[in-house]
Design a protein around this ligand. Structure first.
Ligand SMILES: [Zn+2]
Length: 190
């Protein structure tokens, strides 16, 4: 059997570069900020097709398949600025990754936000300076700028999600007028 043609050094270099550039990479990073101005989008609740903000939630396919009117829900699309040891990156977290950070659905966070308008700023403060291990994939679309966090893992074993910390803070505020520093709640293990 004929040996396969050896890869030319130039070609091998090109292949290696592609692998390095295109494959997902795992990084340890610290959150610098999150963009809470536009953190979710509306979808049909069954097939999760994107819906314009004001559009009526109807889908013939879902209605035909399930006999129900699908209704709508929201999914996270959260933009984070993170720093690794060597660079600052803009990272986008879609629903699965963002739920690791928030601990609840985008709808639950939005409901909490309606009653507590400052919760967006507090959410940013909760995540700021916290460290995560993230698996980042390069944008597939040529014009997409941000890395996509396909996997997010908190570095602290006692990590408390944004929603748990918000609820805890809220309870503390309700039950006492005492001013409690955020870090006392956020880092009980330190
Ligand atoms: Zn549908």
């Amino acid at each position: 059997m004929e040996n396969p043609r050896p890869i030319e050094p130039k070609e091998a270099g090109k292949k290696k570069k592609l692998e390095v550039d295109e494959g997902p990479r795992r990084v340890m990073c610290m959150v610098l900020s999150i963009d809470t101005s536009n953190f979710c989008y509306r979808v049909l609740s069954i097939c999760e097709r994107t819906l314009p903000e004001e559009a009526k939630a109807c889908c013939n396919f879902c209605t035909f398949r399930t006999g129900l009117d699908p209704g709508s829900k929201r999914l996270f699309r959260l933009l984070l600025k993170v720093t690794t040891f060597t660079e600052i990156l803009e990272v986008i977290c879609f629903d699965r990754s963002a739920r690791v950070l928030f601990g609840r659905s985008a709808d639950e966070f939005l409901d909490f936000l309606k009653l507590n308008p400052n919760a967006a700023v507090t959410a940013d403060e909760i995540l700021e300076r916290d460290s995560f291990e993230m698996t980042l994939s390069k944008p597939k679309m040529g014009n997409a700028r941000h890395f996509r966090a396909v996997l997010v893992k908190p570095m602290r074993s006692c990590f408390g999600s944004v929603m748990d910390t918000l609820r805890q803070l809220h309870r503390v505020r309700l039950s006492s007028s005492q001013v409690l520093c955020l870090c006392e709640i956020q880092f009980p293990c330190v």
